[in-house]
Design a protein around this ligand. Structure first.
Ligand code: SF4
Length: 690
């Protein structure tokens, strides 16, 4: 008996050696299937033994029945598998249609063995795509998926405090189950009484690959806490899907690995929608606090005695009566201002007579005693505002150095916050991605991938960087950029607004099917709208506009034009199936609002990537929002349509090189609105003839 590899489509056969070089048919690109054939020769027997070992790594046993791996997936799997083999972090930009979720699974599963797979997602729709792919596999491994504990708690406890306070409350309710004290958690109590039944049910959820909501419903129906029950069977589970916190938040990850019974080096990672990671990691290292937290902490001191009560009140009063008002005064009419933490610490010392470290420690100590006291009193909420103030002081005064900025911010509701913001999340992301057994970091929009690589990893060493082209036929799209309009502030004259309006009118007249026009801001949208006259139903995005209403309108007729903003709910994360949109027009370049924070970010990135600070901090996020909006047209290989970017800056080499490579290749520059309309009319004319 020996092992060969056969193409299920054209029946071509491959040896083990050939299979090792590529898992796909050289002629038609189909994924190869292992077959055993009879043979008596010794050499073939030897090959069989080796082949049997290889079979488990071939991956064919995972493929869904009758599923033909797509061309883009073939490339993805081959390259990601190669990166994992070479212990490199795979960073891939894979546009819509590649099928990257299944491809990433097929890159890891054949080599999983005794190891584990942690899939990190940000949105629920990403989670459901992975769950669907996993359910479709031939032999799906035991899989669980988690939201946060609070989101999975059937008691829906609202502690009124931080997430930490919720965890404390949960811990207390569980402890009360052990001691038989009230109040206790009925769901947890049931688990202690019917341990085996709870674990059986949890394993069944893992076999059925239920999403967290389904698992919570199923377990709660039998009286159990899904979070705790699933955690208990983690040791038997091979795949864990969780929000970014489970991967990147150090204490959360530590707890997960402990329950799973593995080290990070035993875990493969797949991180989806990775364009979010730099901001997510920076957020983990940031903190902010409003004055009302200090006010609540002061009220707390009226109810809870402590040996250091006088000092605690002094520190809180200094924050409430001196620090906040004085800093707020310095803010004047601004919304954001940089602070020097040393200056704030000096002022605190001057007014309170204590250093910020001493004060934070005292507040923590007091906060602990408040929590204990609340617990003794059987309070519904186990938390302490003073403890929270202590946390913030620690973060604000200890997170210093060039990778942090300290700010005072006023939000749109005139609320004021003190903030410490991280400018660099690599201290969070780099060690995780490198210490894991293998990491696949991917997104549909890593444009340009190099920038995202640099924002999550400290060095390009041992990184496999790959940008895939769109798998959709190039002839189904027309990409245009206008060479005579710009949203640069000094060029936003009345005549520029009219020019934009002329473009929208020309495109509207030439385009076949629904179109959307996305602006850089609501202000710009309102200014241009008054100049636009089109023979279509105009749907204008407002804060309260419902997605379902818009979809109903678009489905009911092909003569709609949707007006919205880039970065808004209609230009990102919204799917327009069945070619509901045949044209997207973007007006301007959606830069972030210019602020001292943006300046600090640019200057920090300049220090890290000399001469590239603006690209990394300012341009790349703008390109992301732009490409997201443009990406609403082509959602499947059959979708046809036009993308028109109305800003001449996009045509300049420094900005053009940040666009996805297929945009750079295919983009045509038009000199005016008439030429733009003609190009669009020609595009549809050609498609009518096909
Ligand atoms: S044990 Fe489960 S059900 Fe009980 S409080 Fe904690 S999370 Fe909620």
């Amino acid at each position: 008996m020996t092992q060969i590899y056969v193409c299920r489509k054209c029946r071509k056969r491959y040896s083990l050696e050939e299979f090792r070089q590529s898992h796909f048919c050289r002629d038609c690109g189909t994924y190869l299937t292992a077959r055993t054939v009879t043979s008596t020769s010794h050499s073939r027997r030897t090959a069989t033994t080796r082949a049997e070992t290889e079979e488990s790594a071939s991956g064919d046993q995972w493929l869904p029945k009758g599923y033909e791996v797509r061309e883009g997936q073939v490339k993805f799997i081959e390259e990601a598998a190669k990166a994992l083999e070479n212990r490199q972090v795979f960073v891939g930009s894979a546009p819509c249609g590649i099928g990257k979720s299944l491809a990433s699974l097929l890159s890891v599963l054949p080599r999983l063995g005794e190891n584990k797979l942690l899939i990190s997602f940000r949105t629920r729709s990403q989670l459901h795509i992975f769950l669907k792919e996993l359910k479709g596999l031939e032999q799906p491994p035991l899989t669980v998926s988690f939201f946060s504990k609070q989101d999975m708690c059937p008691l829906r406890m609202k502690t009124g405090g931080s997430y930490f306070d919720f965890l404390e409350e949960c811990r207390r309710l569980k402890e009360n189950c052990e001691t038989g004290t009230k109040p206790f958690c009925q769901f947890y109590w049931n688990m202690t009484k019917k341990k085996r039944q709870a674990e059986e049910l949890a394993l069944d959820c893992a076999r059925k690959i239920l999403d967290p909501k389904e698992a919570v419903q199923r377990m709660a129906k039998s009286g159990f806490c899904a979070y705790e029950a699933l955690k208990r069977v983690l040791g038997k589970v091979q795949i864990f899907l969780g929000t970014y916190n489970y991967t990147f938040n150090p204490p959360v990850r530590k707890a997960l690995l402990q329950s799973w019974g593995v080290d990070l080096s035993d875990v493969y990672l797949i991180v989806d929608e990775a364009h979010n990671i730099p901001a997510f990691a920076r957020e983990l290292l940031s903190d902010r606090m409003a004055p009302n937290t200090v006010e609540n902490a002061l009220k707390e001191t009226e109810n809870f005695e402590h040996k250091n009560l006088g000092e605690v009140q002094d520190y809180l009063n200094v924050l409430d009566k001196n620090i906040f008002p004085q800093i707020q005064k310095g803010l004047g009419n601004l919304n954001l201002k940089l602070l020097d933490p040393q200056d704030v610490a000096d002022r605190f010392l001057e007014w309170s007579g204590a250093s910020s470290e001493e004060a934070a420690e005292t507040l923590h100590e007091y906060g602990e005693s408040v929590r204990e006291r609340r617990q003794e009193l059987g309070s519904d909420k186990i938390f302490s505002y003073a403890h929270r103030v202590g946390d913030f002081m620690e973060n604000f005064f200890q997170r210093v150095g060039k990778q942090y900025v300290h700010l005072i911010r006023k939000d749109w509701g005139d609320r004021v916050y003190l903030e410490v913001k991280s400018l660099d999340g690599r201290e969070i992301t780099d060690p995780v991605l490198r210490q894991a057994r293998g990491s696949i970091v991917m997104s549909g929009f890593l444009s340009p991938p190099k920038v995202y690589r640099d924002l999550i990893l400290r060095s390009p060493k041992d990184v496999y960087l790959r940008e895939f082209d769109s798998p959709f036929p190039a002839e189904n799209r027309l990409i245009l950029a206008a060479g005579d309009v710009s949203s640069r502030f000094e060029k936003r004259t009345d005549s520029m607004l009219k020019k934009w309006a002329e473009y929208v009118e020309a495109i509207s007249a030439a385009n076949e099917g629904n179109m959307a026009v996305f602006f850089t801001s609501y202000n710009l949208m309102d200014s241009i709208l008054s100049h636009i006259d089109v023979d279509r139903r105009m749907i204008v995005e407002k804060r309260r506009t419902k997605r379902s209403e818009v979809m109903d309108n678009l489905s009911g007729s092909r003569r709609n034009v949707l007006f919205g903003v880039m970065g808004g709910k209609f230009s990102e994360g919204m799917d327009y199936p069945n070619n509901l949109l045949t044209c997207v027009v973007t007006v301007g370049l959606p830069y972030a609002t210019w602020s001292v924070y943006q300046r600090a970010l640019i200057s920090y990135f300049d220090s890290q990537f000399p001469g590239r600070g603006r690209d990394y901090a300012y341009l790349t996020p703008a390109i992301f929002r732009l490409v997201q909006a443009c990406g609403r047209v082509h959602r499947s290989a059959e979708d046809k349509g036009c993308i028109v970017m109305l800003d001449e800056r996009i045509t300049r080499p420094d900005i053009r090189q940040l666009l996805p490579s297929y945009y750079q290749k295919e983009m045509r520059i038009v000199a005016n609105s008439m030429e733009c309309g003609e190009n669009i009319a020609d595009f549809w004319e050609t498609h009518r003839k096909l």
